[in-house]
Ligand binder design. Structure first.
Ligand code: SF4
Length: 328
C-alpha cells in the first residue's frame, strides 16, 4: 500500500508527513492553486495604514499583555522556528498580528510560519487564508486532511463532534511541526479560554486544571506556547472587529455547540457583568497557587506536618517571661 501524503499550499515543498505522524485517519491530497477569483483584492480592506486612535490603544494593550506573557513564561527564544496555528478565527488572526509585531521589536530573532489545517468542512472558503497571508507576506502552509468525514462517520448524529475533531486536528498539526522542524507551536487560546477550561475541569472532571501558557506535549516532542494567555476575549473581539479580519466560522461542520463550555462561558460573562474584574481575579488565582492551602497530598507533604519542638519551646519561654514581668 502506498504511503499517504499530505499536500499543502504555500511556498516551496516541505518533507511529506510520515504515516506515523498522521495516525490512521484518511487523507485527502489535492494541491490547489489560487484562482483569479481568489485574488487578494477580494479581502476586506485592512486598516493598518493609519490606525485610528481607539484601534491604536487596543493594539497597544494587546501588545503589552502579549509581551508580558511571552517574557513571564520565556515563550520565545533566539532562533526559534514557530508554527503559528491559524484557524481563521479572531484569536488566531490576533495572535499572528502580535507575533509579527514581536518579530520587529523583540531582542531575539525568531521565524514564524502560519499553518492552517483545511479539514474539508463543507463550504470552507479555501481561498481566504492564502489571499490574506500572501497580502501580508507571511510564510504559510495549508495542510489538507479530511477529518470532517472521519468525525461524521465515527460520532453519532446529533452528538458534539468537537472533542474528536480537536484531537485529530492537534495530532495532524503537532506531527507536521515535528516533521518540518518547528520547535514551538503557537496556539491562540486566551485568558478566558483558560478560565473556562478551569471550570470545565472543576465541574465535570473533578480536577483543578486549566490550560498552561506553555507546555510540553505528552510525548515530549513539541513545546506549545499560548502568547494570548493574559489577553481577555472581549479585547480580541473588539480588535478583530476593528481590523476586519476575514473570519472563517468554526461551525461550518454543522456540529452542535459544546454545551458544557457554552454554559460556563455564559456563567462567566454574567459574573463579569455583575462583578467586573471577577474573571481577572480567577485568572490571578491560577497564577498564584498555594498547595499547602489545598488538599493535594502529591503537591504538599501534609503527612509530615508536625510541631516544630524548638520554636514551640522558645515561644513557651517567651510567654512565661512576659507573664512573670506582669506579675512583678
Ligand atoms: S465546531 Fe466543528 S470544526 Fe469546530 S471544533 Fe467543533 S467539530 Fe471541529
Amino acid at each position: 500500500m502506498s504511503e499517504p501524503v499530505i499536500f499543502y499550499r504555500g511556498g516551496a515543498p516541505l518533507t511529506p508527513v510520515t504515516t506515523e505522524a498522521v495516525e490512521t485517519t484518511e487523507l485527502v491530497g489535492v494541491e490547489r492553486k489560487l484562482s483569479q477569483k481568489n485574488a487578494p483584492e477580494e479581502l476586506p480592506k485592512r486598516q493598518d495604514a493609519q490606525p485610528p486612535r481607539v484601534l491604536r490603544k487596543i493594539e497597544k494593550r494587546l501588545r503589552r499583555l502579549c509581551g508580558k506573557a511571552v517574557v513571564d513564561y520565556n515563550m520565545i527564544e533566539d532562533g526559534d522556528r514557530i508554527m503559528v496555528c491559524l484557524s481563521g478565527g479572531k484569536d488566531s488572526y490576533t495572535m499572528l498580528e502580535l507575533l509579527r509585531h514581536l518579530q520587529v521589536v523583540a531582542p531575539v530573532k525568531f521565524s514564524i510560519c502560519a499553518v492552517n489545517l483545511d479539514q474539508k468542512q463543507p463550504g470552507f472558503p479555501e481561498h481566504v487564508l492564502p489571499a490574506y497571508l500572501e497580502k501580508l507576506g507571511v510564510e504559510y502552509r495549508i495542510i489538507e486532511r479530511d477529518t470532517y468525514s472521519v468525525v461524521k462517520r465515527v460520532i453519532p448524529e446529533g452528538a458534539t463532534t468537537c472533542g474528536l475533531c480537536s484531537r485529530l486536528r492537534r495530532g495532524t498539526l503537532y506531527g507536521f511541526a515535528e516533521e518540518h522542524g518547528f520547535n514551538k507551536i503557537a496556539l491562540g487560546h486566551h485568558r478566558d479560554d483558560m478560565v473556562e477550561t478551569l471550570f470545565l475541569n472543576l465541574f465535570h472532571g473533578g480536577k483543578l486544571q486549566s490550560m498552561p501558557p506553555k507546555l510540553k506535549s505528552d510525548d515530549g516532542r513539541n513545546v506549545i506556547i499560548r502568547p494570548l494567555a493574559y489577553v481577555p476575549e472581549t479585547l480580541i473581539e473588539d480588535y478583530a472587529e476593528r481590523k476586519q479580519f476575514p473570519i472563517i466560522p468554526c461551525d461550518l461542520c454543522g456540529s452542535q455547540p459544546n454545551l458544557q463550555r457554552a454554559t460556563i462561558k455564559a456563567m462567566l460573562r454574567q459574573w463579569e457583568r455583575d462583578n467586573p474584574g471577577r474573571t481577572e481575579s480567577i485568572f490571578s488565582a491560577i497564577c498564584d497557587v498555594r498547595p499547602s492551602q489545598l488538599a493535594d497530598r502529591s503537591l504538599f507533604d501534609f503527612a509530615s506536618l508536625a510541631v516544630d519542638v524548638a520554636s514551640s519551646e522558645a515561644a513557651l519561654c517567651e510567654t512565661s517571661e512576659k507573664t512573670s514581668e506582669k506579675t512583678l
